[in-house]
Design a protein around this ligand. Structure first.
Ligand code: EPU
Length: 338
């Protein structure tokens, strides 16, 4: 039997640490409980809460907030070289990565320390240091909110892109991912060290043949040196996506700012680090009341304690406007602003 609570604070359920209330709240531990909550919702609107790491709450919610607390990691199939794991949506992503490292399963080590849960990882196709979840993705199971039917989504069905998938577009608010199947290597791991910061740290440590455990350690050290731990300082990782601009805009941009870092996405598309754009506008390390821009990575907005979601959102909009005015480039939030 599920128990629906009323007027519950969501402060401990979002990594920004914003103190907004849910009119109704329930934590579900199985797909059956999830269905029961959906069938008996006291509110028309529902909101699915995973790890709360990609979320900015700007007001109290009249919704039924359903906290997905489905746990479990099972081996679905394996051979000498590979293993397919079924991971329930409520498993914490980094704990899952650590499980893989303990078992010497390769493929997710570059994604160490990414906050959030496994079930929400495919929604924005989480990525870091040259790897995205789509690289190890097999399929996922999702429940349609209206019909309560379950459907499996293959990698093609998911339509993955840079911090993007079908779950952020056509299927936004229509389905709930309940488990994810990931295919990992058991031997001859494919090590991804092309990212400059990883290479230099491995060199510094004189590691020439890195194991997946070495890569994970390096990634953890790089991330911890730039990104604040939500336990110490409320934040939601990168607040904005890195903007992708066309070749023509890029040429003009490059003439004016030859020193700007960039990544070539394709012959016609170029990605500019939003962190650089924001820093150039003078926001890095700035604090406005309890809302601020992280001193070590301008892409990360932080809550120094008692910021309201609206304060953070106001700062985000001010940053967007300044970047637009200075560079003519629009930066889109990566986080879900509610
Ligand atoms: N930069 C600045 N100033 C800053 C921040 C960055 O000039 O304040 C410059 C850096 O010097 C570097 C470039 O921007 O030349 C890129 O910076 P970084 O390597 O830190 O990566 P990013 O593009 O800012 C992205 C992801 C991160 C991911 C890293 C590593 C997005 C929106 N963010 O950040 O993901 O960890 O690459 O792969 O794509 C997240 O999504 O929450 C996240 C942290």
């Amino acid at each position: 039997m599920i128990q629906i609570e009323e007027n519950r604070s969501l402060k401990s359920f979002n990594t920004f640490g914003i103190d907004c209330k849910a009119r109704y709240f329930v934590s579900v531990k199985s797909v059956e409980e999830l269905k029961e909550a959906l069938r008996n919702s006291p509110s028309e609107e529902i909101f699915i809460l995973g790890g709360g790491s990609n979320l900015l709450l700007t007001s109290d919610m009249d919704h039924l907030v359903i906290h997905l607390d489905l746990k479990g990691i099972n081996v679905i199939s394996e051979n000498e070289n590979e293993v397919v794991l079924r991971v329930q949506a409520g498993e914490n992503w980094h704990e899952f990565v650590q499980y893989c490292l303990r078992n010497d399963y390769g493929g997710v080590e570059n994604l160490s320390l990414i906050p959030g849960n496994v079930g929400t990882a495919p929604i924005q196709n989480i990525g870091a240091y040259g790897v995205e979840i789509k690289d190890v993705f097999e399929k996922c199971s999702a429940l349609f909110i209206d019909s309560l039917e379950t459907k499996e989504f293959s990698i093609d069905d998911c339509d993955f892109g840079y911090r993007n998938s079908i779950f952020k577009n056509e299927l936004k608010d229509k389905v709930i991912i309940t488990s994810v199947d990931l295919k990992l290597s058991k031997r001859e791991h494919h090590i991804h060290t092309s990212y400059g910061a990883i290479q230099s740290l491995l060199k510094e440590r004189e590691i020439t043949n890195p194991t997946i455990q070495d890569v994970s350690e390096v990634v953890i050290d790089i991330r911890s040196s730039k990104l604040p731990d939500p336990k110490d300082l409320g934040n939601s990782g990168s607040f904005f996506k890195n903007p992708v601009i066309n070749a023509e805009t890029f040429q003009q941009f490059r003439l004016r700012y030859p020193e700007a870092p960039f990544y070539e996405v394709s012959a016609t598309e170029f990605k500019i680090p939003a962190g650089w754009l924001i820093e150039q506008c003078g926001f890095k390390g700035k604090r406005f009341g309890d809302a601020g821009v992280h001193e070590k990575q301008a892409l990360v907005l932080v809550n120094f304690g008692n910021a309201k979601g609206a304060d953070i959102w106001q700062l985000a909009q001010r940053i967007q406007a300044d970047v637009k005015e200075k560079f003519g480039i629009f930066i889109e939030p990566e986080v879900n602003v509610i």
